[in-house]
Ligand binder design. Structure first.
Ligand code: UDP
Ligand code: MG
Length: 330
């Protein structure tokens, strides 16, 4: 499996500027937050960077917010944001990253310790090598059901096959984003968003690290199969217009079969006197009409696709860096 999508830069590792902000989406994780704090403090204090941690309570129904308040009162490096209701992990990540003002890098990770904080130094080392995005790939997950595993495999197959995203199987939201990626993220206004899909769409200089996910530190996964299915459909349709065009493709396929068949039937009837019944003739003719209607729907979907692209309003291009003098700055 490719661990690294790009050859590492030849530049020696160097310390980069700015603090590191950790962003953690929290949904009913009250019992595990103290363990998360201890793990993060142990790892982050060993790094030569200032750091802070933004815990985004995504409308938890347990005591998560009370725990976040007490953690942030005891250690000012921890901060909390509480949503008015459950908006989902993608929005919690978005809010946390937007709140990480002035950070040199942001690292997103889950609250349940399934994204092991111990590999944060590896992410930071890759950032120091010059990568803008250090993403992770989950090699094994201890507590995923068979349905979730099959669902995940199917989702990644569809995403790779029918979208332009460079989304390797089992890539996760556990990733480090350089400040320029965070700035670019602010340009995305789409409401229905797949956080890591958007990051992958951006391009930039990216590498991967793999890890084995342990079982959750406590509690049940918040993502039921139904919630994951909805997320998968949303993510897929926001990056692929293939479903919209399916009717058109089907119509073309039907026409490609029925039109020649109808011609053959008519010619056979006229020239060699084949005894083709009226029922057979009308069945093929009706199927051809269905094909024409589906093709018309396909034509409309091309225009709807353009509307979709305009409404999503993604940046038209992203500049990674500049050379020369711009407005007096080197
Ligand atoms: N989460 C969230 N909002 C939700 C569901 C989950 O913020 O509506 C958080 C959750 O607290 C955890 C992370 O997203 O920090 C991943 O959730 P989970 O462990 O349920 O997902 P899985 O590990 O099964 O992918
Ligand atoms: Mg989890």
């Amino acid at each position: 499996m490719p661990m690294t999508h790009e050859a590492a830069t030849s530049r020696p590792a160097c310390r980069r500027g700015g603090k590191i902000s950790l962003v953690v989406p929290v949904y009913n994780e009250g019992k595990g937050l103290a363990a998360l704090r201890d793990a993060l403090v142990a790892v982050m204090d060993a790094l030569p960077y200032e750091w802070d941690c933004i815990l985004v309570d995504d409308g938890s129904r347990d005591d998560s917010w009370a725990v976040i308040e007490s953690i942030s009162a005891a250690d000012p490096r921890f901060k909390g944001l509480m949503f008015s209701r459950n908006f989902g992990k993608e929005m919690a990540l978005t809010a946390g990253v937007e709140a990480a003002v002035g950070a040199g890098a942001v690292i997103c990770l889950d609250a349940d310790l399934q994204h092991p904080p111990e590999i944060i130094p590896e992410l930071v080392a890759k950032w120091e090598e010059g990568y803008d995005i250090v993403a992770t790939i989950r090699e094994k997950v201890a507590d995923y059901s068979l349905v979730k595993k099959i669902g995940s495999k199917t989702f990644y197959w569809f995403m790779r096959r029918f979208t332009d995203l460079d989304l390797p199987p089992n890539s996760t939201d556990f990733r480090l984003l350089d400040s320029k990626v965070v700035e670019t993220l602010a340009q995305f206004t789409e409401g229905s968003r797949m956080f890591r899909g958007i990051i992958d769409w951006m391009g930039y200089k990216k590498t991967y690290i793999s890890f084995c996910a342990p079982a959750r530190s406590q509690g049940e996964p918040a993502y039921s199969v139904k919630k994951l299915f909805n997320l998968a459909i949303n993510s897929f349709t926001s990056f692929s217009l293939v479903p919209l065009r399916l009717a058109g493709y089907l119509g073309l396929g039907i026409m490609a079969v029925t039109l020649p068949l109808l011609c053959v039937m008519v010619l056979a009837n006229w020239f060699i006197g084949a005894n083709i019944t009226a029922i057979a003739f009308f069945t093929v003719f009706n199927t051809l009409l269905i094909g024409i209607v589906l093709c018309a729907l396909g034509m409309m979907s091309l225009y709807i696709g353009h509307i979709h692209t305009e409404v999503v309003n993604r940046p038209l291009y992203i500049v990674r860096c500049r050379a020369g003098t711009w407005d007096g700055n080197a």
